[in-house]
Design a protein around this ligand. Structure first.
Ligand code: NDP
Length: 254
C-alpha cells in the first residue's frame, strides 16, 4: 500500500498548487520528502499539513549555488534523492513584440534552467543509488503554441526537449525521465493569469475564466491532484519502461 517506502522524493515549488498536491500524494505513497521553495513559512505550513518525514530547503532554483547547497542539505538529511520532481515555475505573458529580454530570460531561467540545475545536482545520488525517477512539470505549452506567452512556451518546449534527451542518456541506468504537461490547472498561477487577462482586455475575470476553461474539451480546469496522480504513476516501480514521454493532463486538449 506504500509503494514508495524507502524512497526520498524532492519536489521543487512544493509550497502550494501543483507541487503541494504532488508532495502530498508522494508522502501518502510512503516517500520521505524534501520540500523546496523560496518561502520558508509557506514550506513549513505545507510540511505541517503533511506530517511524516519532511525536510525543507529554502532555495531559488535559478541560483546555482543555492541549488547545490539545497541538494547537499537534502541528501545529508534524508539520503540520496531517488525521485526529483522539477515543478517550480512561473508564467508571465506579453505580446511578442513587447516581450523584454528580462522577461524572456526570467521565463527560461525559472522554467528550464532551474530544472537543469536541480537535475544536475540530484543525478549523482540517483546514479549511486542505482534507481531514479525524474519528472519535469512542463505544460501543454511545451507541446503546442499559445498567444502572448512565447517566452513561457519556449521554456516549456525546452523542458520537454531536456526530458527526451536525458531519458536516452540515462536509459541504461535504471533512471527514467518524463514530463507531465498540465493544461490550465486551478492554482494561484492560473488566478494571476486570469487577473492579467481581465486587466488587459477589459473583460471580467469570470469571462476570462470561461474562455480558458473552454480550451479544455472537458470544459473545465484540471485539478492539481489530477496532475499529481500522473506524477505518482511515473514514480511507481511498474512504470520503469516509460521514459522520455511528455504526458498531457489536459482533458484531451492536446
Ligand atoms: P504556483 O504559482 O501555484 O506555484 C509555483 C510554486 O513554485 C510555488 O511553490 C513557488 O514557491 C515555486 N517557485 C516559483 N519560482 C521559484 C523559484 N525561482 N525557485 C523555487 N521555487 C519557485 O504554480 P502552479 O502550481 O500552477 O505551477 C506549478 C508548475 O506547473 C509550474 O512549472 C507551471 O509552469 C506548471 N503548470 C501550471 C499550469 C497551471 O495552469 N496552473 C498549467 C501548466 C503547467 P515560492 O514562490 O514560495 O518560491
Amino acid at each position: 500500500m506504500r509503494p514508495l517506502e524507502g524512497r526520498h522524493a524532492l519536489v521543487t515549488g512544493a509550497s502550494r498548487g501543483i507541487g503541494a498536491a504532488i508532495a502530498a500524494l508522494l508522502a501518502k505513497a510512503g516517500a520521505r520528502l524534501t520540500l523546496l521553495g523560496r518561502n520558508r513559512a509557506a514550506l513549513s505550513e505545507q510540511a505541517q499539513r503533511l506530517g511524516g518525514t519532511v525536510h525543507l530547503e529554502v532555495c531559488d532554483v535559478t541560483r546555482p549555488e543555492e541549488v547545490r547547497r539545497a541538494l547537499a542539505g537534502a541528501e545529508a538529511a534524508l539520503g540520496p534523492v531517488h525521485i526529483l520532481v522539477n515543478n517550480a515555475g512561473q508564467a508571465q505573458s506579453q505580446p511578442f513584440l513587447k516581450t523584454e529580454l528580462e522577461l524572456w530570460q526570467r521565463m527560461l531561467e525559472v522554467n528550464l534552467t532551474g530544472a537543469f540545475l536541480c537535475t544536475q545536482a540530484a543525478l549523482p545520488g540517483m546514479l549511486s543509488a542505482g534507481w531514479g525517477r525524474i519528472v519535469n512539470i512542463a505544460s501543454t505549452a511545451g507541446l503546442k503554441g499559445y498567444p502572448y506567452v512565447a517566452a513561457y512556451c519556449a521554456a516549456k518546449h525546452g523542458l520537454v526537449g531536456l526530458t527526451r534527451a536525458l531519458a536516452i542518456e540515462l536509459a541504461q541506468k535504471n533512471i527514467t525521465v518524463n514530463a507531465v504537461c498540465p493544461g490550465y490547472t486551478e492554482t494561484a498561477l492560473l488566478e494571476e493569469s486570469l487577473a492579467r487577462i481581465a486587466e488587459r482586455t477589459g473583460r471580467s475575470v469570470a469571462e476570462a475564466r470561461g474562455t480558458l476553461a473552454r480550451s479544455n474539451p472537458q470544459n473545465r480546469f484540471v485539478r492539481p491532484e489530477e496532475v499529481a496522480e500522473a506524477v505518482l504513476w511515473l514514480c511507481l516501480p511498474g512504470s520503469g519502461a516509460v521514459s522520455g514521454q511528455a504526458i498531457a493532463v489536459a482533458g484531451g486538449e492536446v
